[in-house]
Each structure stands twice: as C-alpha cells, then as structure tokens.
Ligand binder design. Sequence first.
Ligand SMILES: CC(C)(COP(=O)(O)OP(=O)(O)OC[C@H]1O[C@@H](n2cnc3c(N)ncnc32)[C@H](O)[C@@H]1OP(=O)(O)O)[C@@H](O)C(=O)NCCC(=O)NCCS
Length: 149
Amino acid sequence: MTSCDALIPLRLKLLRQGKTIETCYFDNDEVQSTRHFGVLLKGAEKKDNPQQSLLAIASLYRVNLPENDIYNAWKIRGMATDIPFRGQGLATALLQHCIEYAREQGGEVIWCNARIASVSLYQHSGFDVFGEAFDIPGVGKHFRMCCYL
Ligand SMILES: CC(C)(COP(=O)(O)OP(=O)(O)OC[C@H]1O[C@@H](n2cnc3c(N)ncnc32)[C@H](O)[C@@H]1OP(=O)(O)O)[C@@H](O)C(=O)NCCC(=O)NCCS
C-alpha cells in the first residue's frame, strides 16, 4: 500500500491507545518511496474495506540511520498485530517481507526503534541492539536495532 489510511485504526488501537488520531500519522507516511504492509484475513482482499480485515501492520521508510548516513537505510515503524492474532508469526512474516523489500531496493541496512518488549522479535530476524535504551516521550523506552542486509 502507498497510503497509510487503512492502517490508522490499528495504529490507534495498538500503538497510540488513548491518544488522538493525529498521533497515528507518522513522518514520511505519504512519501513516494514509503511502503505500508499488512496481513489480511484470508479472503478479505476481495472485500471493499480492507481496513476492517487487517490483522497485522508494518510500515517501511527510506530513512537514514541518525548516527550514520553513508548507508542506503530503511526504517521499520508501526509494527503491530491485533491482539487475538499474536504469537502466530504474523509480525515475523511482515518483518521478513520488509527485509526482502528493502534488499530489492538496494538497501544496505534496515533499522527500527524497538520497544523493549519487542526486542526479541527483531533479534529472531537478525537485528542487533545498538547503544543504550532511550525514551520516546509518550511511548516509552526503546532500543535502536539494525540488521545489515
Ligand atoms: C510486538 C508484536 C508486533 C508482535 O506481533 P506477533 O504477530 O505476535 O509476533 P510473532 O508472532 O511474529 O512473534 C511473537 C512471538 O511469538 C513467537 N511465535 C512466532 N511464530 C509462532 C507460532 N507459529 N506459534 C507460536 N509462537 C510463535 C515468536 O517466537 C515470538 O516470540 P518472541 O517474542 O520471544 O520473539 C505484537 O505483540 C504487538 O502488536 N505489540 C504491541 C505493539 C508493539 O509493541 N509493536 C512493536 C513496536 S516496536
């Protein structure tokens, strides 16, 4: 998807609980190189309203690492799986898809700011933690994680 509109309800529910809808729109969401990926309920791709059938979401941005702009780098943001569908590998599948897409685009590194609870998810897909934990105001503690492609 090139527009983030279908992802907004899940972002609000899972990533910005209790916050305003404006907080669900991220920098570079509508930039041409950005891609928004989702896992849809089987058969739902034929329905008119994919937003109601999204089980898991992730967005991928062509954004340099803050510490090092020499690499062709891609940032994953907004990874979330709806509660009844967790623990079934949906986020891992989305992560693999993001890695493959970034590679196809000539990406050399893929990175994210991972919430502490999701560090192991990224580690299982080959990401490493870089540096100390840091706070993202209103969201909580995060680690910078990177995977060289
Ligand atoms: C973090 C989050 C996206 C993970 O989504 P998910 O779809 O449950 O992730 P997966 O199923 O791929 O992996 C979750 C765990 O289930 C395990 N798992 C994967 N496939 C599995 C399967 N078929 N059966 C059972 N467990 C499985 C994974 O090993 C993983 O374990 P780990 O946490 O120790 O790495 C989800 O919990 C979420 O939306 N959290 C709230 C939002 C959030 O924090 N997002 C991350 C922002 S950085």
